[in-house]
Design a protein around this ligand. Structure first.
Ligand SMILES: Nc1ncnc2c1ncn2[C@@H]1O[C@H](COP(=O)(O)OP(=O)(O)OP(=O)(O)O)[C@@H](O)[C@H]1O
Ligand SMILES: [Mg+2]
Length: 398
């Protein structure tokens, strides 16, 4: 394989040398050019056509955001990776919107640097493969995952949106996120995507609905996740039926590997349709009595609906035994094991919502982010048929 060619853009000579030094150990990456400003980067990129550009955000004159915008407009095949320092989240968001594919927080290690470059490059290769005519549609294996609970406010949207982002990033596959909390959906707010159209505009065109029409209605989050937002007004929800949802999911299945669905806390016909069509249902609970009672009734309903038990996983959010209920007792009541534990961490969760940056991207070192990233990886493993390979511990105790 040819080495991935990289151009380093930073006004600091020291940073450029440092990056070159870090990459000099890499077997599959080669630095072929360097530039000290946005203007220089644009000219050199045109001449050298590097595969990947490592771009600093803050530079005197034309900054990294403007340069990224120019480059991704004129040379869309060139992948821009942004380098920033902590606290520049607003700039990072602008750069991602301008077309950057990945970002790196300074200071970074050599491994982080080369992994990010390779990932960004491979994603671009995948994207190109998809637009070549040889990519057969029939190869798409699509999985539907619904995040559900019979209780409100337990963390469905937090989990659904971070899970979607995490799965898109780690798998490099196509992920759609559907907001089926039709009255009060807040996926778009949580991911900070600007909403032009929503599902209620889409269903008005039910007759003509096909892949390309739906595509026009999906908003792209900078992680790559494509979002179908909930209606802007609660009363619009009344016009959306089970038939609509069935058709939307079926069409999405043709072009997305994973379809993640956030729901409202009810068995409304639209939610039931998504549960029926799901390959996996994550039932979210917290450890307080009213929630446990509701979740238990919800699981009973699913049992009467004859959903296979293995299609349902219980996720315990804000998991802690400090409040008087033990995990074992909870499992005994539900007759089901807890499949994943997500710790409580308001600092991370609430700050990330307020900043509009999913914590699985920005706060990967936290336990709450780790829990959701692991959950995504485990889900993909199970859904892709590798569930037989359990951990050594579960062989002993499972
Ligand atoms: N693990 C967590 N740690 C701390 N706070 C959390 C955690 N998970 C969710 N929250 C917070 O709990 C609140 C409810 O979360 P979220 O909106 O995701 O729940 P929901 O089930 O989607 O609610 P609704 O039923 O209203 O749609 C939010 O303020 C969110 O920030
Ligand atoms: Mg919600």
């Amino acid at each position: 394989m040819d080495k991935i060619s990289v151009m380093v853009v930073d006004d600091s000579y020291e940073t450029r040398s440092n990056v070159k030094q870090l990459l000099s150990f890499s077997r599959n990456i080669r630095v072929t050019a360097e530039a000290a400003s946005g203007e220089e980067a644009i000219v050199l990129a045109g001449e050298m056509r590097p595969d990947v550009i490592l771009m600093d955000i803050n530079m005197p004159g034309m900054d990294g955001i403007k340069a990224t915008e120019e480059i991704s407009m004129n040379m869309p095949e060139t992948v821009v990776v942004i380098m920033s320092v902590q606290g520049e989240t607003e700039y990072v968001r602008k750069a991602m919107t301008a077309g950057a594919r990945e970002y790196l927080c300074k200071p970074f290690s050599g491994d982080e640097l080369s992994e990010t470059i390779v990932r960004a490059y491979e994603n671009e290769m995948k994207r190109r493969e998809k637009i070549t005519p040889s990519s057969g549609k029939q190869q798409m294996r699509s999985r539907v995952i619904t995040i559900f609970s019979t209780k409100g406010g337990v963390g469905k949207t937090t989990i659904a949106s971070n899970l979607a982002v995490s799965m898109a990033r780690t798998s490099k596959k196509r992920v759609a996120l559907l907001d089926l909390d039709l009255q009060f959906g807040d996926v778009a707010i949580m991911l900070n995507v600007s909403v032009k159209n929503t599902i209620s505009d889409l269903v008005k065109e039910f007759g003509q609905m096909d892949e390309s029409l739906i595509d026009d209605y999906l908003v792209t989050h900078f992680s790559g996740v494509r979002v179908l937002p909930a209606p802007v007004k609660p009363e619009y929800a009344d016009y959306i039926t089970a038939n609509h949802i069935e058709k939307i999911i079926n069409i999405l299945r043709e072009s997305y590997n994973y379809i993640i669905i956030d729901t409202s806390a009810s068995f409304h016909e639209t939610v039931l349709t998504s549960l029926d069509m799901s390959d996996m249902i994550l039932v979210v609970s917290t450890l307080d009595l009213p929630t446990i009672k509701n979740v238990k009734s919800g699981l009973d309903v699913m049992e009467t609906l004859n959903y296979p038990r293995e299609k349902i996983h219980v996720v315990l959010n804000k998991a802690s035994e400090q409040f008087g209920i033990r995990y074992r007792d909870f499992e005994d009541v539900l007759h089901k094991q807890i499949w994943a534990y997500v710790p409580e961490d308001s600092q991370t969760v609430v700050t990330s919502v307020n900043k509009g940056f999913p914590f699985v991207m920005t706060r990967t070192e936290t336990k709450v982010a780790r829990a959701i990233i692991d959950m995504g990886n485990e889900l993909m493993r199970e859904l892709e048929g590798g569930a037989g390979k359990k951990s050594p511990l579960s062989k002993l105790f499972g």
